[in-house]
Structure formats: C-alpha cells, structure tokens
Design a protein around this ligand. Sequence first.
Ligand SMILES: Nc1ncnc2c1ncn2[C@@H]1O[C@H](COP(=O)(O)OP(=O)(O)OP(=O)(O)O)[C@@H](O)[C@H]1O
Ligand SMILES: [Mg+2]
Length: 471
Amino acid sequence: MTAATGAPLLTLPEVARAVTGDLVAREVPSRPDAREAFLRQAVDGVSIDTRTLTPGQLFVPLRGGNTDGHRFLAEAFRRGAALAFCERERYPEWEGHEPGPLVLVEDATAALQRLARRFRDGWHGRLIGVTGSAGKTTTKDLVAAVLATAVPTLKTEGNLNNHWGVPLTLLRLRPEHRFAVIEIAMNHPGEIAGLAAMARPEAAVITNAGSAHLEGLGSLAAIAREKASLAAAVPPGGPVFAGADSPRLMAALRGMKVRVVSYGFAAAAAVRAEGLTDLGPEGSRFTVAGFPTVHLKLVGRHQVQNALAALAVAREYAVDPAAAVAALAAQRSGKGRMEVRALRGATLLVDCYNANPESTRAALATLAGWPEATRRIAVLGDMLELGGDAPRLHRETGEAARDAEVWAVGTYAGEWAAGATRAGVTARRFADQAALAEALREALAPGVVVLIKASRGAGFDALVRRLGAEA
Ligand SMILES: Nc1ncnc2c1ncn2[C@@H]1O[C@H](COP(=O)(O)OP(=O)(O)OP(=O)(O)O)[C@@H](O)[C@H]1O
Ligand SMILES: [Mg+2]
C-alpha cells in the first residue's frame, strides 16, 4: 500500500510541523549549504509498506494485528526512504543509532491523518466522497471514470477506504487533479464523520443504507444516520447524490441543508433509468434523460444504480453526455464482484467479494433474470457482521430466492434453507464446502447458471478454486 509519487510534497521540517512532531537526525550536515539542502529536502509520497516503498518517500510505521511497522524502520531507509515517523514509545530502541531522519510522534496513525488533513487543505480541486452500505468501490470507479473523461481525476485505489486508506489517498492529491473521488467506509459509529472532516468533501455520493455492519451500529436507522453523516460534511447547498431506491437513506437525508440529487429506479428519482433490458452476461441497456442510450457491461440491476450515480455526477458537472456514457460502457467488473465465468458450459456468477442482505437480494434478482438458463442455482454462504439479527436476516434474504435452487453451506445453512423453502424453491444443505463443490461439479452443464455469494470471510474464493475455476 503506497501513496506514491508525483510532485514533491513537503520538506522534512514541514512534515514535522504539520504533525507537531520532533525531527531527529543523527547526521545533520554541519556545513551551512549542506545543512540547508538537508532541510529543503522534500518527501515524495508516503508509504506504509517497505515492500512497495519508493526512494524519497515518508515511511509511516503502523501497528496492526500482529505486526508493527517499527520493525521495518531500518529496511525503509535501506530502500531509500527520505524520512520516517517513529512513535515516541518506540524511540528508545533507535536512539543514538537512528537509521535516518525521524519525526517523533505520539501515534503514527494520528500523525498520518494530520499530515493528510494539512495536505488536503492545500489542494483546491473538487473532492467527492463516496459511501454507502454496498457498491462504494464500484460507484467510486464509475464516477471517477466519467469525470476523468473531462479532467485529471484522482480516485481511491482499490478499496483503501478506512482510517489508513483515506489519508493515504489524500496524500496522493496533486495540483493537476481537478477532481478527487474518495471512498469512505466505516466499521464503528462516528468513523465516517471523522474521515469526512479530514477529506472535506464538496459533494457526496451515498449509494444506500442497508444492514451491513448492523453488528457495530445496532439499528438500521443508526446505519442510515451514519451514512448520511457524510452529507453533513458537505457545505450547505452542496450536492449529495443519493440512492433513491434506499428509503432509509432518503429518510435520513431529509431536513439536511444539502441539495439531494436522487438517482435510481424509483419514480421520484431525479436521475432515473428507464427501459431497462437485461442482457445477461452482456450486462444491461437502459436510457437516462439527457444521455445517449447506456450499455453497461457490468452484470446486475444494482450496477445500473451505481452507473446512475456516475451519470448524476456527470450531469451536475456538465461532463459531455456521450463521453460519460462511453466511459461507463468501458468499465469491467472487479474481482469477485459479479464476475461472469464459463466452466464446463455452465455460467458462474462469482460474487463472493462480500455479502449482506441487500447485495444478496440484488444478486438473487440477477440470477432469476438470467436469460436462457435451463437451471439456476444460488450457492449461498455466511453473511458476516450482522450481529444478533443474523439468523433472521439469512432467513428473510433466503425468502427472496426466485426461480432458482438454493444450495447452502456454513453457519446459517439452516436459515438459508428455511427461507428458501418458505419462498417455495428447492433448498439443499451441505455439511462443508468440499461436499458442495463435489455436488456442484456434477451439476455443471451447458445452460446451468450458478451464483456464488457469501461474505469474504466465508472463503468462497476457495470454493471457486475447488471447482476448477480461477478464484
Ligand atoms: N448498488 C448496490 N446495491 C446492492 N448491492 C450492491 C450494489 N453495488 C454493489 N453491490 C454488491 O456489493 C458487492 C461489493 O461491491 P463494492 O465492492 O462496489 O462495494 P463496497 O461498498 O465498496 O464494499 P466494501 O464495504 O467491501 O468496501 C458487489 O459484489 C455486489 O454484490
Ligand atoms: Mg469498497
């Protein structure tokens, strides 16, 4: 993970000042000109991982589950780091034999965030924050692709959306960027507000408010409020592009002093998809007022919603409609996000990057609508982080199965099966992935369409590998 390159950032003393840390260096040149050059040296990007660090960067040693970046301080300088943070508590180990210039700080994560905030304050483009229960990364990519047709646009790399990812992304801002599209996520209450205070968005995209992270937040209304807190960071009157098909989100935004631009299938949506044709593996085709016909290669109705967010942004910022639509047509699905694969004549819809009730419903709807299928099988595993409501939510989501068999495995296999049975579809339970994979291998044949859906923690990528398809 590297927030790399581009124009030089800040000089060593400026970094120290921005984070109110102390700059210590074993060898500060004594000759005035050399000393001056040392102090004028600038860090060129930020890295938290020595494996991807490039010369001239600031190394930020983070402490995670079972590793501590301070172990890699010397390695960072061997690889050419210009500067590194070092937490005061860890400094005694290095005192007197510093491997390079250090900025002593209380807490490396907090210092990274302060630096990012300072850095962002010096950037004058338009920053769009993206949050929501599902579809953040996809929407962020679509929005950025559309804007990039008009002006240089920075976007969050992959899924770097948390207390480390957001500051690292902000530290990649450069003067030439006119827009930045930043994914912002949360695991606990208040996190979005904190990250938004750092990013200072001038606009927000909020995809939906569902039941992902119910465990951390307790209630659906609390989740919706948390998502809406990104809108609270947008200046009064600023645009908030919001998924109109999420009533809880729309309710949470009511009364806020922002300009809500809704998008979706809902009749009331300001940016609305009409005449939707499901093209199966070819995605879908639809029209939106003011744009040429859209052909989206991404599979599933939920992707249409994500594309509408991008078109709403395009309209707001007067991006050429034809260019916007062409950018959407060029997008391909990310790994594990409704990827369409062929295996022994059958079609696999691999959607095991993550799962929650909303995304599983969306995936079940896509499966049910898959054209020319002779048999449809939904392979469902655990949806995680749902707290005490998990059994009920699995049952209820299972009830959304239509025109498909449900094959269930994992902790909630019983609940999946119960829900599916109530919906009147055939349900099978499997003791483990191996048993399921074996049955599935036998079932794969031309015309068979298989949805593979579970939270990442359920390890369905291993199931896909067992079937003999690349995970
Ligand atoms: N608009 C949507 N509504 C419901 N489900 C969606 C939507 N967009 C995407 N999904 C589902 O969510 C999955 C993950 O998509 P994506 O990575 O874009 O979401 P995310 O919000 O960034 O996830 P994470 O919380 O891991 O960052 C997709 O595979 C799909 O199943
Ligand atoms: Mg994401």
